[in-house]
Design a protein around this ligand. Sequence first.
Ligand code: SIN
Length: 525
Amino acid sequence: MAQSEILQTDVLILGCGIAGGVHALELAEAGIDLTVVTRSPRAEESATLYAQGGIAYKARDDLPELLLNDILRAGAGLCHRPAVEILVREGPPLVRSILMEKIGVPFDRTTDDDFSLVREGGHSLNRILHAADTTGQLIETLLIERLRSFPNVRILTSTTAIDLLTPAHHSRNRLSVYEPLSCSGAYLLDQNSGRVIRCLARATVLATGGLGQIYLRTTNPAWARGDGLAMAYRAGARVINCEFVQFHPTAFYKENVSSFLISEAVRGAGARLVHEDGTTFMDQHEPEWKELAPRDVVARAIYREMLQRNVSNVYLDLRHQLSAEEIRTQFPWIHQQCLKHGIDITHDRIPVVPAAHYFCGGVWADEWGRTTLDHLYAIGEVSCTGVHGANRLASTSLLEGLVWGHRSAQHIRTTLHSRPIPHPNQIPPWEETGSEMPDPTLISQDMSVIKNIMWNYVGLVRSAQRLQRAIRELRHLEVEIERFYRQARLTDGLIGLRNAIRSALIVTIAAWENKQSIGCHFRES
Ligand code: SIN
């Protein structure tokens, strides 16, 4: 049976990709006591680690207004302009001061004074900084390495946040229910010992990433199952724009193999989308931009081609555009990953399908990352600042994580002294209800039902009938999962399953409520 212990910290940060990592680094430098929590055994494990394409910076002759216009165009009229203005004004200087100067990310260069800047779909200029196809891996590794050098930073790995601590829901003082909603930390499960930690914090930061794993096919790593979104929702935070799930056109496809991203940069280098017999098809769907049309357009074109031909995937063909040596140098990670599955991209075509890639909605957050709960911040993919509107422009997610990681840290640094330290007596220990270990087969079967419902009914192309069916089936499953959750012993898998079903319902209900096709939300009826 799990026991409960108390941990007091100034700032609790859930997740440590670029947003959580930059936030932690800035507070660590200010000497603030921090606890960084990740459910993976490796602190580096995050969506940032797998980001291939790069980070939007500035082209020669670029202006903040040009990037602003590209972001607004991709966002299909739904971006929050003040947030985009912050991003384009503060982003590039922070790339320089934090990523290049502070942690020393070795971005690719053409000469000693010139960065190798590439272009991705929707950008009007070549402004993407990258380090071959492992940009995120380098950023993440360097960030965590730096964080480990601070004595005031506690990194808890293999630790899963169960729920946010909100006095209105958890306090022993029943009168707290009359106070504005606020957050005083989180209940955390130590996966190894089974203990539940009451972590009390003066400020709590959600940096838990996205929810691609609620879909059958995704480019996201295994832990992206909507934990932060579901926890914030249960705590009463406002969540917005949740119908906007961006699908990437090209994830590696092989039956019974987890998909992984085949970067847009591969199409940027000239790769064509083809069928098994070699015929191209993007010319018929988007004659002007072809393979470099916006992501949602390319993804829907592939989806339609697959339906029409009744095939499980299409192919990316890079062989005639780059030499074998160029392919190995520009795309070393993709080359290696494909080789593991028997595909040598220097002479084979890459089997691909569209896959859930990025959650443009999330927990509402203002220009400092503040949510509608006092002392709770949301940054990075779990948040919705309005930067991405109805569809995200390529290579702006690392930039947003960087800017809001920095801004939220600035805000906490200057206001921490005025925040109350939650009293341990105020919040009771975790009360575990069940003692039986949950059956892993039930967890994986329920997870697979969620993934299939989301993929088939709440995917790239949505309809009233499919969404209605999805809501009915997901609601029924949620009742079952809640019962299961109350009766079994807590594990990371069970916590994730409960969060996945809640996140799936949040996305599906938002998709049902928005009757209009816009950006990455596409409805046939
Ligand atoms: C990619 O490399 O295609 C993904 C980049 C992004 O999602 O911004």
